[in-house]
Design a protein around this ligand. Sequence first.
Ligand SMILES: [Zn+2]
Length: 438
Amino acid sequence: MTMTEPRIDWDATFEEALATLRAYLRIDTSNPPGGERAACEFLGGILEREGVPFELYDAGDARVSLRAALRGNGARPPLLLLNHTDVVPVQREYWDEEPFGGAVRDGEVWGRGALDMKGLGVAELTALLLLRRTGQPLARDVVFLAVADEEAGGRRGIEWLAEHHPETLEAEYVINEGGGGSTELFGVERPVFTVGTAEKGPLWLRLVAEGRPGHGSIPHEDNALDRLVRALGRLQAWEREPDLSPVLAEYFARLERAGVYRGGTELGELTQTAERDPRVRALLTNTISATTASAGVKHNVIPGRAEATIDCRLLPGVAADDFEREVADVIDDPKVAIERVFAGYSETSAHDTELFAVIEAVARELVEDAVVTPGLTAGFTDSRVFRDRGAVAYGFSGGLTPPELARTVHGHNERITLDGFRLSCQMIYEVARRMCAA
Ligand SMILES: [Zn+2]
Protein backbone atom coordinates (compact mmCIF):
# COMPACT_ATOMS: atom_id res chain seq x y z
CA MET A 1 0.00 0.00 0.00
CA THR A 2 1.35 3.43 -0.83
CA MET A 3 0.30 6.45 1.12
CA THR A 4 -0.06 9.74 -0.65
CA GLU A 5 1.68 12.50 1.22
CA PRO A 6 -0.71 15.07 2.63
CA ARG A 7 -0.44 18.33 0.76
CA ILE A 8 0.61 21.26 2.93
CA ASP A 9 -0.17 24.87 2.02
CA TRP A 10 3.23 26.25 2.96
CA ASP A 11 2.38 29.91 2.35
CA ALA A 12 -0.50 29.77 4.82
CA THR A 13 1.47 27.61 7.26
CA PHE A 14 4.37 30.04 7.20
CA GLU A 15 2.13 33.08 7.80
CA GLU A 16 0.63 31.34 10.80
CA ALA A 17 4.02 30.22 12.17
CA LEU A 18 5.42 33.72 11.72
CA ALA A 19 2.54 35.27 13.66
CA THR A 20 3.14 32.71 16.43
CA LEU A 21 6.87 33.45 16.53
CA ARG A 22 6.33 37.21 16.72
CA ALA A 23 3.87 36.85 19.60
CA TYR A 24 6.19 34.37 21.36
CA LEU A 25 9.15 36.79 21.07
CA ARG A 26 7.06 39.43 22.88
CA ILE A 27 7.02 37.26 26.01
CA ASP A 28 10.08 38.22 28.07
CA THR A 29 11.57 34.99 29.43
CA SER A 30 15.00 36.41 30.30
CA ASN A 31 16.80 34.00 32.58
CA PRO A 32 17.31 35.05 35.33
CA PRO A 33 14.55 35.02 36.45
CA GLY A 34 13.07 32.97 33.56
CA GLY A 35 9.37 33.18 34.31
CA GLU A 36 8.73 30.43 31.76
CA ARG A 37 5.14 29.95 32.97
CA ALA A 38 4.05 32.76 30.63
CA ALA A 39 5.68 31.02 27.66
CA CYS A 40 4.01 27.72 28.55
CA GLU A 41 0.60 29.39 28.89
CA PHE A 42 1.08 30.88 25.44
CA LEU A 43 2.08 27.54 23.87
CA GLY A 44 -0.59 25.73 25.85
CA GLY A 45 -3.26 28.10 24.50
CA ILE A 46 -2.34 27.13 20.94
CA LEU A 47 -2.29 23.41 21.74
CA GLU A 48 -5.64 23.64 23.46
CA ARG A 49 -7.28 25.26 20.43
CA GLU A 50 -5.92 22.43 18.28
CA GLY A 51 -7.05 19.73 20.66
CA VAL A 52 -3.53 18.46 21.37
CA PRO A 53 -3.24 17.14 24.94
CA PHE A 54 -0.40 18.59 27.02
CA GLU A 55 0.80 18.82 30.60
CA LEU A 56 2.57 21.48 32.59
CA TYR A 57 5.39 20.65 35.01
CA ASP A 58 5.97 23.26 37.69
CA ALA A 59 9.39 23.38 39.35
CA GLY A 60 8.28 26.36 41.48
CA ASP A 61 8.74 30.13 41.10
CA ALA A 62 7.02 30.15 37.69
CA ARG A 63 9.68 27.79 36.33
CA VAL A 64 7.28 25.73 34.23
CA SER A 65 7.94 23.24 31.41
CA LEU A 66 5.38 21.88 28.94
CA ARG A 67 5.04 18.48 27.28
CA ALA A 68 2.57 17.68 24.50
CA ALA A 69 2.28 14.42 22.61
CA LEU A 70 0.56 12.97 19.58
CA ARG A 71 0.00 9.28 20.12
CA GLY A 72 1.35 6.77 17.65
CA ASN A 73 0.52 3.07 17.42
CA GLY A 74 3.36 2.22 19.81
CA ALA A 75 5.35 0.22 17.25
CA ARG A 76 8.41 2.35 17.95
CA PRO A 77 9.69 4.56 20.80
CA PRO A 78 8.96 8.31 20.63
CA LEU A 79 10.55 11.04 18.56
CA LEU A 80 11.02 14.02 20.87
CA LEU A 81 11.18 17.62 19.63
CA LEU A 82 13.07 19.51 22.33
CA ASN A 83 13.26 23.26 22.87
CA HIS A 84 13.82 25.70 25.70
CA THR A 85 11.57 28.68 26.39
CA ASP A 86 14.02 30.86 28.35
CA VAL A 87 16.45 33.33 26.78
CA VAL A 88 19.56 35.13 27.93
CA PRO A 89 19.13 38.73 29.16
CA VAL A 90 19.56 41.73 26.86
CA GLN A 91 21.40 45.04 27.05
CA ARG A 92 18.61 47.10 25.59
CA GLU A 93 20.68 50.17 24.83
CA TYR A 94 22.65 48.26 22.18
CA TRP A 95 19.60 47.08 20.22
CA ASP A 96 18.25 48.79 17.11
CA GLU A 97 14.78 47.30 17.68
CA GLU A 98 12.83 46.42 20.82
CA PRO A 99 14.32 43.05 21.92
CA PHE A 100 10.90 41.78 23.02
CA GLY A 101 8.96 43.28 20.12
CA GLY A 102 9.03 40.66 17.34
CA ALA A 103 9.52 43.32 14.68
CA VAL A 104 9.86 42.29 11.04
CA ARG A 105 12.30 44.42 9.09
CA ASP A 106 14.10 43.81 5.77
CA GLY A 107 13.18 40.15 5.64
CA GLU A 108 14.23 39.41 9.22
CA VAL A 109 12.37 38.81 12.50
CA TRP A 110 13.99 40.61 15.42
CA GLY A 111 13.98 39.59 19.05
CA ARG A 112 15.83 37.87 21.84
CA GLY A 113 15.35 34.18 21.21
CA ALA A 114 14.75 34.45 17.44
CA LEU A 115 17.66 32.04 16.90
CA ASP A 116 18.19 30.74 20.44
CA MET A 117 15.71 29.19 20.35
CA LYS A 118 12.11 30.35 20.03
CA GLY A 119 12.38 30.12 16.23
CA LEU A 120 13.16 26.41 16.33
CA GLY A 121 10.61 25.96 19.12
CA VAL A 122 7.88 27.33 16.84
CA ALA A 123 9.12 25.18 13.93
CA GLU A 124 8.77 22.12 16.18
CA LEU A 125 5.30 23.23 17.31
CA THR A 126 4.30 23.75 13.67
CA ALA A 127 5.42 20.20 12.81
CA LEU A 128 3.29 18.84 15.64
CA LEU A 129 0.22 20.84 14.56
CA LEU A 130 0.56 19.77 10.93
CA LEU A 131 0.85 16.11 11.89
CA ARG A 132 -2.26 16.53 14.03
CA ARG A 133 -4.31 18.35 11.39
CA THR A 134 -3.45 15.94 8.59
CA GLY A 135 -4.36 13.01 10.83
CA GLN A 136 -1.56 10.80 9.55
CA PRO A 137 -1.19 7.42 11.25
CA LEU A 138 1.98 7.47 13.36
CA ALA A 139 4.28 4.57 14.13
CA ARG A 140 5.51 6.35 17.24
CA ASP A 141 4.54 9.15 19.60
CA VAL A 142 5.68 12.60 18.58
CA VAL A 143 6.55 14.59 21.69
CA PHE A 144 6.93 18.36 21.90
CA LEU A 145 8.90 19.28 25.03
CA ALA A 146 9.40 22.97 25.90
CA VAL A 147 11.66 23.24 28.94
CA ALA A 148 12.63 26.02 31.33
CA ASP A 149 16.05 27.15 32.53
CA GLU A 150 18.34 25.86 29.77
CA GLU A 151 20.35 29.06 29.74
CA ALA A 152 21.32 28.66 33.40
CA GLY A 153 22.16 24.96 33.27
CA GLY A 154 18.69 23.37 33.47
CA ARG A 155 18.43 22.75 37.21
CA ARG A 156 14.85 24.09 37.12
CA GLY A 157 14.22 22.62 33.67
CA ILE A 158 15.62 19.46 32.11
CA GLU A 159 17.51 18.32 35.23
CA TRP A 160 14.39 18.81 37.34
CA LEU A 161 12.27 16.81 34.89
CA ALA A 162 14.87 14.01 34.79
CA GLU A 163 14.70 13.79 38.56
CA HIS A 164 10.96 14.22 39.18
CA HIS A 165 9.27 13.08 35.94
CA PRO A 166 11.74 10.87 34.06
CA GLU A 167 8.86 9.29 32.09
CA THR A 168 8.45 12.60 30.21
CA LEU A 169 11.87 12.16 28.61
CA GLU A 170 11.38 8.75 27.01
CA ALA A 171 12.60 8.85 23.41
CA GLU A 172 14.56 6.97 20.80
CA TYR A 173 15.44 10.13 18.88
CA VAL A 174 15.66 13.78 19.93
CA ILE A 175 15.88 16.91 17.78
CA ASN A 176 17.23 19.94 19.66
CA GLU A 177 19.29 23.11 19.23
CA GLY A 178 23.03 22.83 18.81
CA GLY A 179 23.26 22.31 15.07
CA GLY A 180 24.00 25.01 12.56
CA GLY A 181 22.67 25.63 9.09
CA SER A 182 24.94 28.13 7.34
CA THR A 183 24.58 29.89 4.02
CA GLU A 184 28.36 30.31 4.03
CA LEU A 185 31.22 28.48 5.72
CA PHE A 186 34.98 29.07 5.50
CA GLY A 187 34.20 31.89 3.10
CA VAL A 188 32.47 29.54 0.62
CA GLU A 189 28.82 30.20 -0.21
CA ARG A 190 27.07 26.85 -0.02
CA PRO A 191 24.27 25.61 2.24
CA VAL A 192 25.80 23.46 4.99
CA PHE A 193 23.74 21.74 7.67
CA THR A 194 25.90 20.74 10.61
CA VAL A 195 24.05 18.18 12.69
CA GLY A 196 25.35 18.46 16.25
CA THR A 197 26.20 14.92 17.36
CA ALA A 198 28.78 15.81 20.02
CA GLU A 199 29.43 18.65 22.43
CA LYS A 200 32.34 20.04 24.35
CA GLY A 201 32.06 19.76 28.12
CA PRO A 202 32.23 22.93 30.22
CA LEU A 203 34.53 23.00 33.24
CA TRP A 204 34.30 26.23 35.22
CA LEU A 205 37.08 26.78 37.73
CA ARG A 206 37.86 29.51 40.26
CA LEU A 207 41.50 30.22 41.09
CA VAL A 208 42.11 31.66 44.54
CA ALA A 209 45.59 32.96 45.34
CA GLU A 210 46.50 33.60 48.98
CA GLY A 211 49.37 35.80 50.09
CA ARG A 212 50.46 38.29 52.72
CA PRO A 213 49.02 41.81 52.73
CA GLY A 214 51.34 44.76 53.14
CA HIS A 215 52.17 48.34 52.23
CA GLY A 216 52.48 49.06 48.52
CA SER A 217 55.70 50.97 49.11
CA ILE A 218 57.55 47.80 50.22
CA PRO A 219 57.03 45.04 47.61
CA HIS A 220 57.52 41.45 48.80
CA GLU A 221 57.43 37.97 47.33
CA ASP A 222 54.06 36.92 48.75
CA ASN A 223 51.69 39.32 46.90
CA ALA A 224 48.48 37.38 46.13
CA LEU A 225 47.77 39.36 42.99
CA ASP A 226 51.27 38.76 41.59
CA ARG A 227 50.73 35.08 42.31
CA LEU A 228 47.39 35.03 40.46
CA VAL A 229 48.86 36.86 37.47
CA ARG A 230 51.70 34.30 37.29
CA ALA A 231 49.16 31.46 37.42
CA LEU A 232 47.10 32.98 34.60
CA GLY A 233 50.27 33.67 32.63
CA ARG A 234 51.28 30.00 32.84
CA LEU A 235 47.84 28.91 31.67
CA GLN A 236 48.02 31.32 28.73
CA ALA A 237 51.45 30.03 27.72
CA TRP A 238 50.39 26.38 28.05
CA GLU A 239 50.30 24.81 24.60
CA ARG A 240 47.82 21.98 24.47
CA GLU A 241 48.07 19.37 21.74
CA PRO A 242 45.31 19.49 19.15
CA ASP A 243 43.27 16.32 18.85
CA LEU A 244 41.05 15.21 15.99
CA SER A 245 37.98 13.51 17.41
CA PRO A 246 36.20 11.05 15.06
CA VAL A 247 33.28 13.47 14.66
CA LEU A 248 35.58 16.23 13.49
CA ALA A 249 37.50 13.95 11.14
CA GLU A 250 34.16 13.18 9.48
CA TYR A 251 33.19 16.87 9.51
CA PHE A 252 36.30 18.09 7.75
CA ALA A 253 36.32 15.14 5.33
CA ARG A 254 32.75 15.88 4.23
CA LEU A 255 33.39 19.61 3.92
CA GLU A 256 36.53 18.95 1.88
CA ARG A 257 34.66 16.62 -0.49
CA ALA A 258 32.04 19.36 -0.93
CA GLY A 259 34.72 21.96 -1.70
CA VAL A 260 33.72 24.03 1.34
CA TYR A 261 36.90 23.48 3.36
CA ARG A 262 40.20 23.52 1.49
CA GLY A 263 42.89 23.63 4.16
CA GLY A 264 43.71 19.88 4.23
CA THR A 265 42.30 17.32 6.66
CA GLU A 266 45.47 15.91 8.23
CA LEU A 267 45.91 16.95 11.85
CA GLY A 268 49.01 19.00 10.97
CA GLU A 269 47.11 20.89 8.27
CA LEU A 270 44.13 21.46 10.53
CA THR A 271 46.47 22.76 13.22
CA GLN A 272 47.68 25.38 10.74
CA THR A 273 44.09 26.37 9.99
CA ALA A 274 43.44 26.58 13.73
CA GLU A 275 46.23 29.13 14.12
CA ARG A 276 44.29 31.50 11.86
CA ASP A 277 40.75 30.54 12.86
CA PRO A 278 39.68 30.62 16.54
CA ARG A 279 36.53 28.65 15.71
CA VAL A 280 38.56 25.73 14.35
CA ARG A 281 40.98 26.03 17.26
CA ALA A 282 38.07 25.67 19.68
CA LEU A 283 37.01 22.44 17.93
CA LEU A 284 40.49 20.87 17.99
CA THR A 285 41.64 21.61 21.53
CA ASN A 286 40.60 21.91 25.14
CA THR A 287 40.26 25.67 25.54
CA ILE A 288 40.65 28.06 28.47
CA SER A 289 39.17 31.55 28.62
CA ALA A 290 39.94 33.80 31.58
CA THR A 291 36.59 35.44 32.36
CA THR A 292 36.68 37.38 35.64
CA ALA A 293 39.33 38.61 38.10
CA SER A 294 39.21 40.51 41.35
CA ALA A 295 41.70 41.56 44.02
CA GLY A 296 42.61 44.39 46.33
CA VAL A 297 40.91 47.17 48.23
CA LYS A 298 43.17 50.21 47.83
CA HIS A 299 45.79 51.59 45.52
CA ASN A 300 48.61 51.39 48.10
CA VAL A 301 47.72 48.08 49.79
CA ILE A 302 49.19 44.74 48.70
CA PRO A 303 46.23 42.32 48.64
CA GLY A 304 46.21 39.14 50.71
CA ARG A 305 43.81 37.39 48.34
CA ALA A 306 43.13 37.42 44.61
CA GLU A 307 40.59 35.46 42.55
CA ALA A 308 39.92 34.69 38.92
CA THR A 309 37.46 32.48 37.09
CA ILE A 310 38.35 30.48 34.01
CA ASP A 311 35.95 28.83 31.54
CA CYS A 312 37.47 25.59 30.22
CA ARG A 313 35.77 23.63 27.41
CA LEU A 314 36.84 20.03 27.02
CA LEU A 315 36.80 17.81 23.94
CA PRO A 316 34.53 14.74 23.92
CA GLY A 317 36.12 11.99 26.00
CA VAL A 318 38.24 14.31 28.18
CA ALA A 319 37.43 13.87 31.88
CA ALA A 320 37.07 17.01 34.01
CA ASP A 321 39.12 15.44 36.84
CA ASP A 322 42.06 14.77 34.52
CA PHE A 323 42.00 18.25 33.04
CA GLU A 324 41.72 19.90 36.44
CA ARG A 325 44.80 17.98 37.56
CA GLU A 326 46.68 19.20 34.48
CA VAL A 327 45.66 22.79 35.26
CA ALA A 328 47.09 22.37 38.79
CA ASP A 329 50.35 20.97 37.38
CA VAL A 330 50.70 23.88 34.96
CA ILE A 331 50.02 26.50 37.65
CA ASP A 332 52.47 24.66 39.92
CA ASP A 333 51.83 26.81 42.98
CA PRO A 334 50.38 25.34 46.19
CA LYS A 335 49.21 28.80 47.26
CA VAL A 336 46.81 28.98 44.33
CA ALA A 337 43.75 26.90 45.19
CA ILE A 338 41.54 25.54 42.41
CA GLU A 339 37.80 25.35 43.13
CA ARG A 340 35.38 23.64 40.79
CA VAL A 341 32.25 25.70 40.12
CA PHE A 342 30.59 23.56 37.45
CA ALA A 343 31.38 20.63 35.18
CA GLY A 344 29.25 19.10 32.46
CA TYR A 345 29.76 16.16 30.17
CA SER A 346 27.90 14.90 27.11
CA GLU A 347 28.14 11.53 25.42
CA THR A 348 28.40 11.53 21.62
CA SER A 349 25.53 10.33 19.42
CA ALA A 350 26.37 8.10 16.45
CA HIS A 351 25.65 9.46 12.99
CA ASP A 352 24.97 6.16 11.21
CA THR A 353 21.33 6.27 12.29
CA GLU A 354 17.90 6.38 10.69
CA LEU A 355 17.39 9.98 11.85
CA PHE A 356 20.65 11.15 10.31
CA ALA A 357 19.79 9.44 7.02
CA VAL A 358 16.35 11.07 6.99
CA ILE A 359 17.82 14.51 7.73
CA GLU A 360 20.31 14.06 4.89
CA ALA A 361 17.61 12.98 2.44
CA VAL A 362 15.20 15.79 3.36
CA ALA A 363 17.92 18.46 3.25
CA ARG A 364 19.02 17.37 -0.22
CA GLU A 365 15.44 17.34 -1.48
CA LEU A 366 14.49 20.74 -0.11
CA VAL A 367 17.77 22.61 -0.60
CA GLU A 368 19.79 22.46 -3.79
CA ASP A 369 23.47 21.60 -3.25
CA ALA A 370 22.93 21.04 0.48
CA VAL A 371 25.86 19.57 2.41
CA VAL A 372 25.00 17.63 5.56
CA THR A 373 27.62 16.68 8.11
CA PRO A 374 27.84 15.59 11.72
CA GLY A 375 29.61 18.14 13.87
CA LEU A 376 30.93 19.09 17.26
CA THR A 377 29.12 21.88 19.12
CA ALA A 378 31.44 24.19 21.08
CA GLY A 379 28.53 25.08 23.41
CA PHE A 380 26.56 22.87 25.76
CA THR A 381 22.87 21.93 25.49
CA ASP A 382 20.16 19.85 27.17
CA SER A 383 20.91 17.01 24.71
CA ARG A 384 23.35 15.56 27.25
CA VAL A 385 20.47 14.38 29.44
CA PHE A 386 18.97 12.32 26.59
CA ARG A 387 22.33 10.91 25.43
CA ASP A 388 22.95 9.79 29.02
CA ARG A 389 19.68 7.88 28.84
CA GLY A 390 20.65 6.14 25.62
CA ALA A 391 18.70 8.27 23.11
CA VAL A 392 20.21 9.60 19.89
CA ALA A 393 20.06 13.40 20.26
CA TYR A 394 20.97 15.78 17.44
CA GLY A 395 21.35 19.50 17.20
CA PHE A 396 19.39 20.34 14.06
CA SER A 397 17.41 23.50 13.28
CA GLY A 398 16.75 22.84 9.61
CA GLY A 399 17.17 26.53 8.85
CA LEU A 400 19.96 28.39 7.10
CA THR A 401 21.51 31.44 8.73
CA PRO A 402 24.03 33.87 7.26
CA PRO A 403 27.21 34.18 9.38
CA GLU A 404 26.54 37.80 10.35
CA LEU A 405 23.21 36.78 11.92
CA ALA A 406 24.61 33.66 13.60
CA ARG A 407 26.88 35.99 15.56
CA THR A 408 23.86 37.71 17.18
CA VAL A 409 23.08 34.64 19.34
CA HIS A 410 23.54 35.77 22.99
CA GLY A 411 24.61 39.16 21.54
CA HIS A 412 22.80 42.31 20.45
CA ASN A 413 20.18 42.56 17.65
CA GLU A 414 19.41 38.83 17.55
CA ARG A 415 17.31 37.99 14.50
CA ILE A 416 16.38 35.25 12.06
CA THR A 417 15.70 35.56 8.34
CA LEU A 418 12.16 34.90 7.15
CA ASP A 419 13.54 32.44 4.59
CA GLY A 420 15.60 30.62 7.21
CA PHE A 421 12.62 30.34 9.55
CA ARG A 422 10.31 29.10 6.81
CA LEU A 423 12.86 26.47 5.78
CA SER A 424 13.23 25.39 9.41
CA CYS A 425 9.45 24.82 9.63
CA GLN A 426 9.43 22.75 6.44
CA MET A 427 12.47 20.67 7.35
CA ILE A 428 11.42 19.82 10.90
CA TYR A 429 7.94 18.83 9.70
CA GLU A 430 9.21 16.68 6.86
CA VAL A 431 11.86 14.98 9.01
CA ALA A 432 9.30 14.30 11.75
CA ARG A 433 6.74 13.03 9.23
CA ARG A 434 9.15 10.51 7.72
CA MET A 435 10.45 9.37 11.10
CA CYS A 436 6.95 8.70 12.36
CA ALA A 437 5.03 7.49 9.30
CA ALA A 438 3.19 4.25 10.05
ZN1 LIG B 1 19.73 27.78 23.45
